[in-house]
Design a protein around this ligand. Structure first.
Ligand SMILES: [Mg+2]
Length: 262
């Protein structure tokens, strides 16, 4: 691990110290744009190796748990997190896929895909991604001037038949079942509490609108950190994805010191 110390805002440094001192700490990370840099083709996204290594190290500390919550299908996420230890839990499909309970793609998702095929063909660069409970329409690689039109047409075509429509960064997603990261986080914490290990502090880090539900699920003791600017329910922010690894290293160092005597 590199030793360069990040320069964090005073408020964030204070929040990390508070988190590091938790009786039981939960660190929850989004994947795209948070653990991994945003790439033009979602299929090639790979985690920042330094950030990932530090997250794994953090999860191995006493009284510390780590989870990754992503909009990606759980199986997809699993394939991108190399050597992921068992103590890092992966939650896919915005919280619809927990543990190893694998979900097949719902028939309604195939329905969205067939309905959108024509639009995807008319807008070169558009891509359809089938997930267990949703269909994602990616338009990042559509010509700049046509992106909004492609998005609007997709919503016009299948928006009404979806349970929920969620906008992300250059992607709009049509859901066949309701799921959000806030509900997922709550569900995870309740399961931990049932096992007598309720997290006393949760740190949640994410960069996108779908992470807002998770920020909103945080309590006064918790620490929400938004990657990038824009309105957010998170109390803290860092400017860019490149600051995630330094942030993790700082939290790891503080938590190591606190738990060293365990
Ligand atoms: Mg993200």
């Amino acid at each position: 691990m590199r030793t360069r110390e990040p320069r964090l805002s005073t408020g964030l440094e204070y929040a990390l110290r508070h988190a590091a001192e938790a009786e039981r700490l939960l660190v929850a990370f989004d994947f795209d744009g948070t653990l991994s840099p945003i790439v033009s083709n979602y299929e090639t996204a790979a985690p920042d190796a330094d950030a990932l290594e530090t997250l794994y190290a953090l999860a191995a500390l006493p009284r510390t748990r780590a989870i990754v919550i992503s909009g990606r299908a759980r199986e997809d996420l699993e394939g991108r997190l190399e050597n992921c230890p068992d103590d890092v839990e992966l939650i896919g499909s915005h919280g619809a896929e927990f543990g190893s309970d694998q979900h097949e793609t719902l028939p309604a998702v195939e329905g969205f895909a067939s309905a959108l095929e024509g639009i995807a063909e008319r807008f070169p660069g558009a891509r359809l991604e089938r997930k267990p409970i949703s269909l994602a329409f990616h338009f990042r690689n559509v010509t700049d001037g046509l992106q909004e039109e492609a998005r609007a047409e997709a919503i016009e075509r299948v928006g009404d038949s979806a349970v929920a429509v969620k906008d992300g960064k250059k992607v709009v997603e049509f859901f066949a079942l309701q799921a959000d990261k806030g509900t997922a986080l709550q569900r995870y914490r309740e399961a931990a509490a049932a096992g007598g290990e309720s997290p006393t502090v949760t740190v949640y880090v994410g960069d996108d609108v779908t992470d807002e539900a998770a920020f909103e699920a945080l309590g006064p003791e918790d620490v929400g950190i938004r990657v990038g600017d824009g309105p957010s329910a998170a109390r803290h922010s860092i400017e860019m994805q490149e600051e995630v690894a330094p942030l993790l290293r700082r939290l790891h160092r503080l938590r190591s010191e606190v738990t060293a005597a365990d």
